[in-house]
Design a protein around this ligand. Structure first.
Ligand code: NAI
Length: 307
């Protein structure tokens, strides 16, 4: 199906950490990074889908698979919600291999309920796992990557965060927070060749087994998402991208800013905003700002032009 292709993406000499890699997408990412030459630390708490329980057996099984295929891997059973365990995980990779080039923040859980029924603890837990889990890992590798002059960090976001999904207010908010984290870290990492991106996968895993019909699940293999992850983890990676991947289809999502309308702050400004909302929201000429400052620059230039 491919009609253009470039040099093979290889990871020889690279050290990758993949969190939540005992099953599902993370396992597939770890196997394929290792198959293309990376040394991989396979982290997984071995928890149930809702985050309960845990054992390092899941990570160890994936390490055994990688080694059986001739690759190099080590296991780690720590939880991404524990900053001390996350630091120990990074230390483990440094002791074993002396560098960390790639961090794939993939560990995740669900606690779906409509917002009316959702307990605050279910909200906090999801933020702890998805957002803070990724923050702890990223913080622990950040200085290493900066001093190496090479780093690739991937956050696993979700269409539920980007676009919403009934019953997933906690999950969606935590997943979208990762996009915000990426936006700034990509800017801060740029001059050190630390590139930061988001992957928004769709895959048939235990996370989605009861959400989608079987004929859809058959197409949504983790193997058809991982090529996107390999690109984001590679030397060729972009930075600050949101790559959506599922069933072998790859798309990009963007946070955009419309051209805007100068209304001023006269006494009827609220009524003007209401009356002209369609014009404010219309998308022709919208941009993807390169940084937050671009919004205020656009505002200033409209005001100046209006004078
Ligand atoms: P999965 O449930 O098969 O894999 C998640 C893994 O994370 C499990 O092996 C679990 O033990 C591990 N984990 C959970 N909490 C952990 C913790 N505190 N510390 C370390 N490991 C932990 O699910 P799947 O589908 O492979 O999900 C992978 C990532 O992709 C998640 O971040 C998920 O939110 C995200 N995602 C998945 C989608 C899908 O369609 N499957 C859609 C959008 C995002």
């Amino acid at each position: 199906m491919s009609n253009t292709s470039s040099a093979p993406l290889r990871f020889d000499g690279r050290v990758a950490i993949v969190t939540g890699a005992g099953g599902g997408l993370g396992r597939c990412h770890a196997l394929q990074l290792a198959a293309r030459g990376a040394k991989v630390l396979v982290n997984d708490l071995g928890a149930a889908r809702d985050g309960s329980g845990g054992s390092s057996a899941a990570a160890e099984a994936v390490v055994a698979e990688i080694r059986a295929a001739g690759g190099q891997a080590i296991a780690n059973g720590g939880s991404v919600t524990d900053p001390v365990a996350v630091q120990a995980m990074v230390d483990q990779a440094m002791t074993e291999w002396g560098r960390v080039d790639i961090l794939v923040n993939n560990a995740g859980i669900l606690r779906d309920k409509s917002f009316s029924k959702m307990e605050l603890d279910d909200f906090r837990l999801l933020v702890d796992v998805h957002l803070m889990g990724a923050v702890y890992g990223t913080k622990a590798v950040w200085e290493i990557m900066k001093s190496q002059g090479f780093g690739r960090i991937v956050f696993t976001t979700s269409s539920s965060g980007l676009f919403g999904n009934f019953g997933q207010a906690n999950y969606g908010a935590a997943k979208m927070a990762l996009v915000g984290l990426m936006q700034t870290l990509a800017l801060e990492g740029e001059k050190y060749n630390v590139r930061v991106n988001c992957l928004a996968p769709t895959a048939a895993t235990r996370m989605t087994s009861d959400i989608m019909p079987p004929q859809v699940l058959e197409l949504l293999t983790p193997e058809s998402v991982t090529p996107g992850l390999l690109y984001l983890a590679s030397d060729e990676a972009p930075t600050r991208a949101i790559l959506c991947a599922g069933a072998g289809v790859f798309a990009a999502s963007h946070i955009t800013l419309t051209n805007g309308v100068l209304i001023g702050n006269g006494p009827d400004a609220p009524e003007q905003v209401a009356a002209r909302f369609a014009e404010i929201a219309q998308r022709e000429g919208e941009i993807v700002p390169k940084a937050g400052l671009q919004q205020s620059q656009q505002e200033m230039s409209k005001v100046m032009a209006g004078r």
